[in-house]
Design a protein around this ligand. Sequence first.
Ligand code: ZN
Length: 252
Amino acid sequence: MRLVFVIFIFLTSTLSGCIGEDDISPEKRGIPGGLALACLQDSKFTKMELHFLYEENYDPIGMDLVKTRINEVCDKPNGIKIKAEMVDFTIDTSWTDDDVRDARWKHGGNAMGSSTLHWYFLFPKGTYSDDSVLGVAVDASTIAIFKDSVEEAEGFLGRPSAEDVERSVTVHEAGHLLGLVNLVYTSPIDHEDENHKGHSNNEDSVMYWAINSNDVGNFISGELPDEFDNADKSDLEGMASGELKTKNQLWT
Ligand SMILES: [Zn+2]
């Protein structure tokens, strides 16, 4: 036992001596919003890839829309690409935050590491442990959308439709990766809902608190919002320009 221990220490110190600690320790995962500036600014990341990992028959339908919404607020002079890939997640019943993180880091690659920023959108079979939840953002580059629950959230007479709900929830969760609302900054505008932290109080914003709950059809009778509102956009502009102080960033 003692010999093994000594050799292990020796190997570790040799490695850290030649390639540097950062290269052998796993990438930091951060909190939702931890890669907001990485998207909003172009100083380190000039390109972006949106990875959609989906279980068979769980094809995402909001890919183009979420790319459009991200493109409207982020600065990526060399473009944003969609990469879709079918994977077998093996879990098909109930998901926790840890399950989502494990699956994303098992099937996906690093978020940083080059001039391309990578965000991951998982579309697994099954539901979140609280099955009223339609989507979650679990770290700085990872979200999951639970289509089985999205189907259930379709409103009476199909309004809003499951497709509308999925598109809105996908943009909503991407909004959390951008730090909305008040996740990594404090807005000068009073638009965070008092009872639902991290969410908007404006039902015309895609960040409205009811958007990631299966009650959504009961709260919004007309068209579901799938865009950031002016207050959201003003926050994102403030973060991008540096006017708003942004904390918990992974790379600055
Ligand atoms: Zn939310």
